[in-house]
Design a protein around this ligand. Sequence first.
Ligand SMILES: C[S@@+](CC[C@H](N)C(=O)[O-])C[C@H]1O[C@@H](n2cnc3c(N)ncnc32)[C@H](O)[C@@H]1O
Length: 176
Amino acid sequence: MKLPGEGSALDRFAARLLAQRAYLAEAARRIANLPGPVFEIGLGKGRTYDHLRRLLPQRAIYCFDREHHAPPEESPPAELLVIGEIQTTLPALAARLGAKAALAHCDIGTRKPARDMEFARYLAATLPGLMAAGGIVLGDRPMESKQLQPLPAPDYARPDGIAAWPYYLYRVTASA
Ligand SMILES: C[S@@+](CC[C@H](N)C(=O)[O-])C[C@H]1O[C@@H](n2cnc3c(N)ncnc32)[C@H](O)[C@@H]1O
Protein backbone atom coordinates (compact mmCIF):
# COMPACT_ATOMS: atom_id res chain seq x y z
CA MET A 1 0.00 0.00 0.00
CA LYS A 2 1.46 3.35 -1.02
CA LEU A 3 1.61 6.22 1.45
CA PRO A 4 0.05 9.59 0.57
CA GLY A 5 2.53 11.48 -1.56
CA GLU A 6 4.05 8.35 -3.06
CA GLY A 7 1.48 7.66 -5.77
CA SER A 8 0.73 9.65 -8.86
CA ALA A 9 -1.29 12.83 -8.69
CA LEU A 10 -4.23 10.73 -9.91
CA ASP A 11 -3.67 8.14 -7.12
CA ARG A 12 -3.59 10.92 -4.52
CA PHE A 13 -6.75 12.53 -5.88
CA ALA A 14 -8.52 9.17 -5.82
CA ALA A 15 -7.31 8.58 -2.25
CA ARG A 16 -8.62 11.97 -1.13
CA LEU A 17 -12.04 11.52 -2.71
CA LEU A 18 -12.48 8.00 -1.32
CA ALA A 19 -11.57 9.25 2.16
CA GLN A 20 -13.95 12.20 1.92
CA ARG A 21 -16.79 9.96 0.78
CA ALA A 22 -16.28 7.51 3.66
CA TYR A 23 -15.78 10.17 6.33
CA LEU A 24 -18.81 12.18 5.21
CA ALA A 25 -20.96 9.05 5.38
CA GLU A 26 -19.67 8.32 8.88
CA ALA A 27 -20.29 11.91 10.00
CA ALA A 28 -23.85 11.89 8.57
CA ARG A 29 -24.55 8.59 10.34
CA ARG A 30 -23.30 9.99 13.65
CA ILE A 31 -25.57 13.07 13.57
CA ALA A 32 -28.69 11.24 12.40
CA ASN A 33 -30.47 11.98 15.70
CA LEU A 34 -28.92 15.37 16.43
CA PRO A 35 -30.86 18.35 15.10
CA GLY A 36 -29.12 21.40 13.70
CA PRO A 37 -27.72 22.88 10.53
CA VAL A 38 -24.52 21.85 8.76
CA PHE A 39 -21.51 24.06 7.99
CA GLU A 40 -19.60 23.28 4.79
CA ILE A 41 -16.37 25.20 5.35
CA GLY A 42 -14.71 25.49 1.94
CA LEU A 43 -17.37 25.16 -0.76
CA GLY A 44 -14.75 25.14 -3.52
CA LYS A 45 -16.14 23.40 -6.57
CA GLY A 46 -19.08 22.07 -4.58
CA ARG A 47 -18.13 18.38 -4.79
CA THR A 48 -18.41 17.59 -1.09
CA TYR A 49 -21.41 19.92 -0.71
CA ASP A 50 -23.22 18.00 -3.44
CA HIS A 51 -22.46 14.75 -1.62
CA LEU A 52 -23.48 16.09 1.79
CA ARG A 53 -26.84 17.34 0.58
CA ARG A 54 -27.65 13.85 -0.71
CA LEU A 55 -26.60 12.29 2.61
CA LEU A 56 -28.55 14.89 4.61
CA PRO A 57 -31.47 16.01 2.44
CA GLN A 58 -33.46 17.53 5.30
CA ARG A 59 -30.65 19.75 6.65
CA ALA A 60 -29.85 23.37 5.98
CA ILE A 61 -26.24 23.25 4.73
CA TYR A 62 -24.53 26.65 4.98
CA CYS A 63 -21.61 26.84 2.56
CA PHE A 64 -18.67 29.16 3.21
CA ASP A 65 -15.97 30.36 0.86
CA ARG A 66 -14.16 33.57 0.08
CA GLU A 67 -15.35 33.31 -3.51
CA HIS A 68 -18.05 31.43 -5.34
CA HIS A 69 -16.55 29.17 -8.00
CA ALA A 70 -18.82 26.11 -7.75
CA PRO A 71 -20.99 25.44 -10.81
CA PRO A 72 -24.66 26.37 -10.30
CA GLU A 73 -25.76 22.73 -10.17
CA GLU A 74 -23.38 22.07 -7.26
CA SER A 75 -24.11 25.31 -5.40
CA PRO A 76 -26.48 25.86 -2.50
CA PRO A 77 -29.48 28.18 -2.72
CA ALA A 78 -28.45 31.83 -2.32
CA GLU A 79 -29.69 32.04 1.27
CA LEU A 80 -27.28 29.26 2.31
CA LEU A 81 -24.23 30.63 0.47
CA VAL A 82 -21.91 32.68 2.69
CA ILE A 83 -19.19 34.51 0.78
CA GLY A 84 -16.24 36.20 2.46
CA GLU A 85 -13.35 35.39 4.78
CA ILE A 86 -14.57 32.58 7.00
CA GLN A 87 -12.94 34.10 10.11
CA THR A 88 -15.47 36.94 9.66
CA THR A 89 -18.48 35.22 8.10
CA LEU A 90 -18.63 32.13 10.33
CA PRO A 91 -19.08 33.89 13.70
CA ALA A 92 -21.42 36.43 12.08
CA LEU A 93 -23.66 33.73 10.60
CA ALA A 94 -23.66 31.70 13.81
CA ALA A 95 -24.75 34.76 15.81
CA ARG A 96 -27.57 35.42 13.33
CA LEU A 97 -28.69 31.78 13.23
CA GLY A 98 -29.09 31.24 16.92
CA ALA A 99 -29.10 27.44 16.34
CA LYS A 100 -26.02 25.35 17.05
CA ALA A 101 -24.66 23.28 14.18
CA ALA A 102 -24.77 19.50 14.20
CA LEU A 103 -21.93 19.02 11.72
CA ALA A 104 -19.01 21.04 10.35
CA HIS A 105 -17.00 19.77 7.40
CA CYS A 106 -13.75 21.69 7.02
CA ASP A 107 -12.23 21.07 3.59
CA ILE A 108 -9.59 23.79 3.68
CA GLY A 109 -6.38 22.23 2.40
CA THR A 110 -4.12 24.08 -0.03
CA ARG A 111 -0.51 23.61 -1.00
CA LYS A 112 0.46 25.93 1.86
CA PRO A 113 0.41 23.67 4.95
CA ALA A 114 1.58 26.36 7.41
CA ARG A 115 -1.30 28.66 6.42
CA ASP A 116 -3.75 25.74 6.49
CA MET A 117 -2.67 24.86 10.04
CA GLU A 118 -3.15 28.45 11.20
CA PHE A 119 -6.70 28.30 9.82
CA ALA A 120 -7.24 24.85 11.37
CA ARG A 121 -6.19 26.25 14.78
CA TYR A 122 -8.73 29.04 14.35
CA LEU A 123 -11.47 26.53 13.48
CA ALA A 124 -10.56 24.26 16.41
CA ALA A 125 -10.83 27.21 18.78
CA THR A 126 -14.05 28.59 17.27
CA LEU A 127 -16.22 25.71 16.09
CA PRO A 128 -17.00 24.02 19.44
CA GLY A 129 -18.68 27.23 20.61
CA LEU A 130 -20.92 27.25 17.53
CA MET A 131 -21.92 23.60 17.69
CA ALA A 132 -24.25 21.35 19.63
CA ALA A 133 -22.73 18.98 22.16
CA GLY A 134 -22.38 15.66 20.37
CA GLY A 135 -21.93 17.42 17.03
CA ILE A 136 -19.33 16.22 14.56
CA VAL A 137 -16.38 18.13 13.12
CA LEU A 138 -14.38 16.57 10.30
CA GLY A 139 -11.84 17.77 7.85
CA ASP A 140 -8.57 17.50 6.04
CA ARG A 141 -6.41 19.12 8.72
CA PRO A 142 -5.95 18.02 12.35
CA MET A 143 -7.69 20.16 14.95
CA GLU A 144 -6.77 20.29 18.62
CA SER A 145 -9.16 21.43 21.31
CA LYS A 146 -10.24 20.11 24.70
CA GLN A 147 -13.77 20.19 23.28
CA LEU A 148 -12.95 18.04 20.24
CA GLN A 149 -12.66 14.34 21.00
CA PRO A 150 -10.90 12.42 18.22
CA LEU A 151 -12.98 9.55 16.79
CA PRO A 152 -11.76 6.42 15.03
CA ALA A 153 -11.43 6.45 11.27
CA PRO A 154 -14.22 4.70 9.35
CA ASP A 155 -13.27 1.49 7.62
CA TYR A 156 -13.64 1.72 3.86
CA ALA A 157 -12.56 -0.23 0.80
CA ARG A 158 -9.75 1.12 -1.37
CA PRO A 159 -8.51 -0.27 -4.67
CA ASP A 160 -5.00 -1.68 -4.62
CA GLY A 161 -2.35 1.04 -4.59
CA ILE A 162 -4.67 3.71 -3.16
CA ALA A 163 -3.52 4.82 0.26
CA ALA A 164 -5.67 5.96 3.19
CA TRP A 165 -5.75 9.73 2.78
CA PRO A 166 -5.38 11.62 6.07
CA TYR A 167 -8.73 12.89 7.29
CA TYR A 168 -9.81 13.78 10.81
CA LEU A 169 -13.06 13.17 12.71
CA TYR A 170 -14.07 14.65 16.07
CA ARG A 171 -17.02 14.77 18.42
CA VAL A 172 -17.84 18.02 20.18
CA THR A 173 -17.77 17.11 23.85
CA ALA A 174 -19.20 20.34 25.20
CA SER A 175 -20.62 23.45 23.69
CA ALA A 176 -19.64 26.90 25.02
C1 LIG B 1 -10.04 22.40 -0.89
S1 LIG B 1 -11.11 23.68 -1.41
C2 LIG B 1 -12.71 23.05 -1.03
C3 LIG B 1 -13.14 21.94 -1.94
C4 LIG B 1 -14.62 21.61 -1.86
N1 LIG B 1 -15.02 21.12 -0.56
C5 LIG B 1 -15.05 20.63 -2.93
O1 LIG B 1 -15.34 19.46 -2.61
O2 LIG B 1 -15.12 21.04 -4.09
C6 LIG B 1 -10.89 24.88 -0.15
C7 LIG B 1 -11.73 26.13 -0.31
O3 LIG B 1 -11.64 26.87 0.91
C8 LIG B 1 -11.63 28.26 0.62
N2 LIG B 1 -10.97 28.95 1.76
C9 LIG B 1 -9.80 28.58 2.36
N3 LIG B 1 -9.54 29.43 3.38
C10 LIG B 1 -10.56 30.32 3.43
C11 LIG B 1 -10.86 31.43 4.28
N4 LIG B 1 -10.05 31.79 5.29
N5 LIG B 1 -12.00 32.12 4.05
C12 LIG B 1 -12.82 31.77 3.01
N6 LIG B 1 -12.59 30.72 2.19
C13 LIG B 1 -11.48 30.01 2.39
C14 LIG B 1 -10.87 28.38 -0.70
O4 LIG B 1 -11.27 29.54 -1.41
C15 LIG B 1 -11.24 27.07 -1.42
O5 LIG B 1 -12.30 27.26 -2.35
